[in-house]
Design a protein around this ligand. Sequence first.
Ligand code: NOJ
Length: 750
Amino acid sequence: MRSNHYFSVFCILFISLLFFSCSGKQGGKDSVDSKVNALLSQMTLDEKIGQMCQIDPGAIGGQEKMEEAVREGQCGSVLNLFGAREVNAIQAIAVKESRLGIPLIIGRDVIHGYRTVFPIPLAMASSWDPDVVREAFRISSVEASSQGIRWTFAPMIDITWDPRWGRIAESCGEDPYLASALASAMVEGIQGDSLNDPTSLAACAKHFAGYGFSEGGRDYNTTYISEPVLRNVVLKPFKAAKEAGAQTFMSAFNDLNGVPASANDFTIRQILRKEWGFDGFVVSDWGSVEELISHGYAENEKDAASKAINAGVEMEMVSRTYSDNIKQLLDEKKISMAQIDEAVSNILRVKYRLGLFDNPYADTAAEDLLSASSLAHARKTARESAVLLKNSDKTLPLSKKINSVAVIGPLADAPRDQMGTWCFDGREENSVTPLTAIREMIGMNRVKYVEALEYSRDKDTKYFRKAVDAARAADAVIFFAGEEWSLSGEGQCRGEISLPGAQSELISLLASTGRPLIVVVMAGRPLAIAKELADADALLYAWHGGTMAGPALADLIFGDESPSGKLPVTFVKGAGQIPFYYYRKNTGRPASAKSWTPIDSISRDNQQTSLGYRSSQLDYGYTPLLPFGFGLSYTTFEYSDLTLSSESLSDGGTLTASATITNTGDMAADEVVQCYVRDRVGSITRPVKELKGFQRIHLEKGEKATVEFVITPENLSFFNGTTTVTEPGHFDLWIAPDSESGLHGEFSFK
Ligand code: NOJ
């Protein structure tokens, strides 16, 4: 007996020692969970409900109301509060004046930068450079955390096929493989090496799920997504974000197959929790619980709260259905205490992991905004994000010795517009515009600037003559075209996706001067630019490039570096071609040059059977304007010697595909080498191509490199409607500069 007693005492001491040795750090799961349990056991129901509510100071009715809610333990999180002192003041109320002193988690949308604004996410995706993207998000987190923010509603990783949808700007584009690689990098950058580092923020993978498929590209709209598309496309980046450790997920606004995403038990409880084992928490989108009523999915606020909680939405952003109804729902047994405890535990777990209990305050001396190294990285990111779409007769780069350049257009000197959609905390006075940067690079008096159009939608042609005169007098013309920042982003959708206002007309006039015409497009979406592409001698698609867009573009225009971005979305010829994505299905009647009859060549006495009956459009044909993965360089790259390590791959094995890439042009540059696969026959039809790997390499002039891609059976697996399988059969493989060309090989999976 006695020795048993000593043994138990020893065990207790040992376990406590273990517990305390972990407690100051991020801590093992057990140590965090025992703290969570200990705290949970002391909490009243009101305090638990409080943790499940996130408030916005404006929406709740001002500072005093917010303070009162925090003091009373009626709130677990505040969004849209920033500034180290402001955050510390409210945190002090939570920590010192609320009964249990539970710290708040302060959230904010830091989507593509805080004060240093990086290119919009779609632009960053064009870099195909996870390292650069990771660092951009790390910098954003360092800046945001210095203002007291410890949670960002990023990464936004909705796959979309629709450039009309304004939020395409915030996305990584159309491809699940590229978006997954970037989602991991973004989460890693946001959360840093250790969550409890004061510069780490909790990431929030959003919008879960399917939001990017809003019908007609109209924001917030209904989505219908088959389970294979959901699992093979939409959910892929979310899974990657979860695996990279994302601590929170945001439930989306959209109705998904008849069940709104913010009440969707299948995506949240079944997939995220059960299948993926997620142990962070799920926050609703702004008011999306209350919106279940408008969706026609809930009768009233009580019903909305019940449905969201039952589906696993644990924190309600802004709307108040949880605070007002949870007690009654418990009494009526519509929800259970176990569900509330689970939700609160998940929220507290994230707060412990962030170290908020040990260190709830922001360091007021840590302000680190717009440092030289952050700005340098923003410039590099913007440079890598620009995609060269045309360069006839080597129009670009321009010589720095050029005598005169006409800089024209509404985006040449538009500091706010170049920052893009999501930048609550960016300041336009910190933006360096292309006009400023070009003047700095070649000298003020060699640049003739004519704005010509005051903003992107301007239709007034009164300065056109002046612009044309300036063009005639110059050695080269650079027209900065695009969209204002407010034409993309949340709620900013368009039906037509052409260049707004009279820009296109002016570009044609400038082209008719015969001077070398460079068009730089700074926009939030892939615009339909067929006409401008034809008119321009060179076209650089720069998106909204952020604070340092100007210097980055000057670096490229004057050849300090070569453009190296590649398109993360297919460019369509016009809105009528949407959706058009490279991993489409082949159809039973794929079109080809032979089968397509352009609309203008249909003869008047055409017979019914002479039109080909193939999958195409009479006006647009069957190919997009520009394919996914496309992007030119100032140099040229030759792809040769495709080698496959074996003709077949078997279960548990790997296959290595390699090719030699040679820089055959006359300057050093980066190339993004891509690897695509086609599964020829499947138990459900398979895409014509799927990206399975990519590498950004740097090659000096004349240099060559062997690039290898490892294919595993898992890479080839897909959800076929019933299960996830890799099916035996034949596969095509390409190592390629884009999704429409490249070296081709074949292998089989047995
Ligand atoms: C609504 C947006 O959909 C979401 O992305 C954002 O994080 C929240 N508002 C909070 O601002």
